[in-house]
Design a protein around this ligand. Structure first.
Ligand code: IPM
Ligand code: MN
Length: 332
């Protein structure tokens, strides 16, 4: 039995609260692992100015997987922690796929929908291209670009086709805004159409992101796998979460499909400073993320147990929900 090396970064806000429950659930599975905790957080940054240094990054590369809570602190200017920690991990570890499974019953609907969003995770508006001139004056100029490379787009689209091809429905939807974003949209559409030819058994669709938002709410059944760019993927996965039982249940996998280093698993939600310490954060998203991690590590039986244990929404405090899920895993 392989002993998996897992790095744990609980982070800020409710991160530590939900990660504690995820660790509790991992502990009751039959999976053999050794976890190492890393102090990477806004709190640490306020204390000693350190975000994520080269040495720590080097250490992290030797792990089999990273379980991540959340980062974000209202005392710190927006983008410092995001760029310095989570985006740095995504970029440096080349976690180019952000896979976000979605399952639930949308408000006003009666049937369960189930689909997966594949969000490109290393390019787009997230790379920080651009700059500002004449800052803090009335004549300030700001540009913020979106970087799309043929290589980056193709590997993401290829992954999405492969995934769609392995599923019962074999359907893949490209979401973009080709009617306005003529350069990046053209690239995404052209590569999508090219790769589609290699997957004749996958049926395809295209929606502009605004229309996709409408369908997510009033007809989520039309989706099986969605592939989209980094920023659109960020936005539609929050919407996908609220049509599926809430942000407290949305899990994600930041994947390096080549397995040249660890992949990172984290809830879709943030640090939620407004509810820190109240014991009301739903740990289900963190627990489901731990399940995605086990699945990626090849521990499919334990992963399925976690997934099943989270199926039904549990009402209770953070620890009560964790206890209940752990009990269900133990008894399954
Ligand atoms: C997410 C989060 C992050 C993102 C933030 C915290 C940088 O919203 O994982 O969806 O925008 O990707
Ligand atoms: Mn987000």
């Amino acid at each position: 039995m392989k002993k998996h090396k897992i790095a744990v970064i609980a982070g800020d806000g409710i991160g530590p609260e939900v990660i504690r429950e995820a660790m509790k659930v991992l502990a009751v599975t039959e999976v053999s692992f050794k976890s190492t905790t890393f102090d990477i957080s806004g709190e640490r940054y306020l204390r000693d100015g350190c975000l994520l240094d080269q040495a720590t990054l080097g250490e992290l590369r030797d792990f089999d997987a990273i379980l991540f809570g959340a980062i974000g602190d209202p005392k710190i200017q927006p983008s410092i922690l995001e760029r310095g920690i989570i985006l740095r991990l995504r970029f440096e570890l080349d976690l180019y796929i952000n896979e976000r499974p979605v399952r639930g019953i949308a408000p006003g609907q009666s049937k369960v929908h189930e689909f997966i969003v594949i969000r490109e995770n290393t390019e787009g508006a997230y790379v920080g291209e651009g700059g500002s001139l004449r800052r803090d004056t009335d004549f300030e100029v700001a540009t913020q670009g979106s970087v799309n490379t043929a290589f980056g787009v193709e590997r993401c689209i290829r992954y999405a086709f492969g995934l769609a091809n392995s599923r019962a429905r074999r359907h893949l939807t490209l979401v973009h805004k080709t009617n306005i974003l003529q350069y990046s949209g053209y690239l995404w559409q052209r590569i999508f159409d090219k790769v589609a030819k290699e997957f004749p058994s996958v049926t395809t669709a295209y929606f502009h992101v605004d229309a996709a938002c409408m369908y997510l709410v009033n007809d989520p059944y039309r989706f099986d796998v969605i592939v989209t760019d980094n920023l659109f993927g960020d936005i539609i996965t929050d919407l996908s979460a609220v049509i599926s039982g809430g942000i407290g249940r949305a899990a994600s996998a930041n994947l390096n499909p080549m397995r040249t280093g660890p992949s990172l698993f984290e809830p879709v939600h943030g640090s939620a400073p407004d509810i820190v310490g109240k014991g009301v954060a739903d740990p289900t998203a963190a627990i489901l993320s731990a399940g995605l991690m086990l699945n990626f590590l090849g521990e499919v039986k334990a992963a399925a147990k976690i997934n099943n244990a989270c199926e039904e929404k549990i009402i209770g405090s953070t620890t009560e929900i964790g206890d209940q899920i752990a009990l269900r895993v133990t008894n399954s």
